[in-house]
Design a protein around this ligand. Structure first.
Ligand code: URA
Length: 205
């Protein structure tokens, strides 16, 4: 039996953008991923967090930052007194890029071509949401958000002006923290990440 067609969301809305992105074929990644993982959060969010790309669990659920990296982000946001439900959370690249290895799908870093093509969506998200503050988590988000070739460690932990009159705050990606094998170094880096989120919290209020 035919289902009645879903009414199309009004043009120019976040819902319309999400619907367009769901059928995106701008780069080859769409052919392998389960679905587009679009950004999520209030239309009037003042702060936008940008990660790299969805991981395995995000690809399956269709929502950003719900896997291990997302759980760490949630925990540190809570510690820093930032309410995730007030944030718009998205990624530089909206399809999961991976290499199959047995039953597992191993995350692969998106290349600059894929990042540039997917900027189409990030730009539209920024134009619609108009966040006061954009937080880049990790080098891929930084590369997607600035044309200047800054090294993450040189710009990390402070707010800077970027094109379009926007303010960008750069920090590390939570996945980086999860990968640090040395416990002491991991604790130190986690504390620095918490400090960064506390700085962001103070920028918001
Ligand atoms: N890593 C990211 O960069 N984004 C996600 O949504 C999940 C993990």
């Amino acid at each position: 039996r035919n289902q009645p067609a879903e009414p199309e969301p009004p043009a120019g809305t976040l819902e319309a953008l999400r619907a367009e992105a769901a059928v995106c074929t701008r780069c080859p990644l769409h052919a392998y991923a389960t679905q587009t993982v679009f950004g999520e959060g209030p239309r009037d969010a003042r702060v936008m967090f940008v990660g790299e790309q969805p991981g395995d669990q995000e690809d399956i659920s269709g929502r950003p930052f719900v896997g291990p990296a997302g759980m760490l982000l949630d925990q540190v946001l809570l510690e820093a007194g930032i309410d995730r439900s007030t944030l718009y959370v998205t990624n530089a690249v909206k399809h999961f890029k991976y290499e199959p290895r047995g039953k597992r799908r191993i995350h692969q870093k998106p290349n600059m071509g894929e990042v540039k093509l997917c900027r189409w969506w990030l730009d539209r998200e920024m134009s619609l949401i108009k966040p006061k503050l954009i937080v880049a988590m990790g080098a891929t988000a930084l590369a997607a958000l600035t044309d200047v070739k800054e090294r993450l460690q040189d710009v990390r932990g402070r707010a800077m002006a970027i094109e379009g009159g926007r303010t960008l705050f750069v920090t590390v990606h939570p996945s980086y923290l999860l990968r640090i094998p040395d416990e002491r170094l991991k604790a130190e880096e986690l504390a620095r990440f918490r400090d960064d989120l506390l700085k962001i919290q103070r920028l918001i209020v």
